[in-house]
Write a protein that binds this ligand. Structure first.
Ligand SMILES: [Zn+2]
Length: 141
């Protein structure tokens, strides 16, 4: 699963990480999907603001990235499980890669993802360490 980059004009919720929630069973999805995969018959989903706070469940250091991300290398790519339960893959920023560890509490930040050289810049979410331990966000343990 990947965070999908998007451009400014497509941006509805600039600083919010928005997924989908099933109207019937409350399953949460990210990447967003229009139809719940847990319900039979399928039910619709509605926008659902995610906390943006989660924990690293797996990570790796990327030394040889895809060409469009070459300027950022080396960087840490992690699987983050949000407190709502959904997992997503994201770059970890604002910290030394040696400090990244499994179980680390992180929060979503809004950052430039790619720049194509023709002025088109894509933005999306990355994650950084949550310095206060997440208590302000109600995310303990
Ligand atoms: Zn459902």
């Amino acid at each position: 699963m990947q965070i999908t980059p998007f451009t400014w004009r497509r941006l509805k919720n600039r600083y919010n990480l928005v997924g989908k929630k099933c109207v019937n069973c409350d399953s949460v999805f990210f990447a967003p999907r229009m139809i719940c995969s847990q319900c039979n018959p399928p039910r619709e989903t509605v926008d659902f603001k995610l906390s943006g706070v989660g924990k690293i469940v797996s990570y790796s250091l990327v030394n040889v990235p895809p060409e469009e991300h070459a300027a950022m290398a080396p960087y840490t790519l992690a699987i983050v499980q949000l407190k709502e339960g959904v997992k997503l893959t994201s770059q970890i920023v604002d910290c030394n890669e040696k400090d990244v560890h499994i179980g680390m509490t992180v929060e979503a930040v809004f950052r430039k993802i790619t720049e194509d050289g023709n002025g088109l810049i894509s933005y999306g979410f990355k994650f950084r360490p949550l310095l206060n331990g997440g208590k302000q966000n109600g995310f303990n343990s």
